[in-house]
Design a protein around this ligand. Structure first.
Ligand SMILES: NC(=O)c1ccc[n+]([C@@H]2O[C@H](COP(=O)([O-])OP(=O)(O)OC[C@H]3O[C@@H](n4cnc5c(N)ncnc54)[C@H](OP(=O)(O)O)[C@@H]3O)[C@@H](O)[C@H]2O)c1
Length: 305
């Protein structure tokens, strides 16, 4: 496993993270195996959100932490807030209430990181600052970051927020590459040249923010997994060939493709299967060549200018 040092922290985080969005239906024994498989394979990063399973994902995870409290210090636990039923809410009151709910469900007195889940157009940076300061001073949250934010939204927050915003969680996979396409097609006339996010990847690199990737295997917005998908036969052929070459499985190569981007990359896998957690962990040990990276990008249906 490889780890990333967060500014100001003595505890590095693994470049593979465990997404918990799909664990709400797990029984205690399944959660136990799920968590221990991650830890045994060097993964210490666990990504939650208050809305996953309507709070149930945090609850089943918290049930385990209550029984095995010694696990807490081995983990970097993150959660997210700001998405409500049909709208977004970064108000001070909602952020503070959300964290209290998160801590209660997770059965812990603090989380290591809190992310603002999706931009709230009505956000007031001063209110976010008040909430974050209060949460930091009370010891309930150690680090703060954002998710699905563009550079100007981060800058707007930073105009008042004094905490270091350590990370931006964003969607990316070999078949979902708007973050990359525009940078490869500057000043061209066709669709890939459209800059939708304001250079978010480059901004995160410049500001030393960790890019956490979500849905690393999905087609579009929860369109299913591209592994084995008939619409992506050229990509799958190449993934399988590289998997043979590196003596791993195709999913490992798909994760390694994301980690090859030279920012501070962290991939949150959404698998619920222990053997697939092991495959994900192996990606940290693979560095694809530049040519392999571009060949996979093209095999996914992209072209270069
Ligand atoms: N910030 C945000 O807005 C946001 C949005 C969405 C998600 N997230 C975070 O990102 C995490 C990952 O998202 P995700 O669950 O959509 O990611 P994902 O890993 O791309 O998708 C997970 C799905 O892929 C399946 N899968 C995994 N490996 C597979 C393989 N080798 N072959 C076939 N199917 C496979 C899983 O099934 P099995 O369980 O059967 O393996 C599961 O149904 C979430 O848990 C959450 O923490 C954040």
């Amino acid at each position: 496993m490889k780890y990333i040092n967060i500014r100001g922290s003595e505890n590095p985080v693994s470049v593979i993270g465990i997404g918990t969005m799909r664990i709400a239906g797990m029984n205690p024994s399944e959660v136990d195996t799920f968590v221990h498989t991650a830890l045994d394979n060097g993964i210490n990063f666990f990504d939650h959100a208050d809305i996953y399973g309507g709070g149930k994902s945090e609850e089943v995870f918290g049930d385990l932490l209550e029984k095995q409290s010694e696990l807490r210090d081995k983990m970097f636990i993150q959660s997210k807030c700001g998405i409500r039923n049909g709208y977004f809410d970064f108000s001070k009151e909602h952020i503070l209430n959300s964290v209290d709910g998160i801590l209660k469900r997770l059965r812990t007195d603090h989380i290591d990181s809190l992310l603002l889940h999706r931009p709230d157009a009505l956000m007031e940076p001063e209110e976010v600052e008040e909430a974050f300061s209060q949460l930091y001073k009370s010891g309930k949250v150690r680090y703060f970051g954002v998710s699905n934010h563009n550079p100007f939204q981060v800058e707007l927050l930073k105009s008042k927020v004094t905490a270091d915003l350590w990370s931006n969680q964003l969607q990316m996979s070999i078949v979902h590459t708007p973050l990359i396409d525009a940078g490869l097609n500057v000043d061209m006339e066709d669709d890939p040249a459209i800059m939708r996010d304001g250079g978010t990847l480059e901004y995160c690199r410049r500001k030393d923010m960790v890019v956490q990737v979500w849905s690393p295997l999905q087609i579009g917005y929860f369109g299913g997994v591209f592994l084995g998908h008939p619409d992506y036969s050229e990509l799958n052929d190449m993934l399988n060939a590289l998997a043979d070459e590196y003596h791993v499985s195709a999913d490992t190569i798909a994760y390694a493709w994301i980690l090859r981007y030279p920012g501070k990359m962290l991939v949150n896998t959404g698998t619920t299967k222990p053997d697939r957690i092991v495959s994900a962990a192996k990606a940290a040990d693979i560095t694809l060549t530049r040519k392999q990276w571009y060949d996979l990008y093209k095999a996914a249906g992209n072209r270069l200018p």
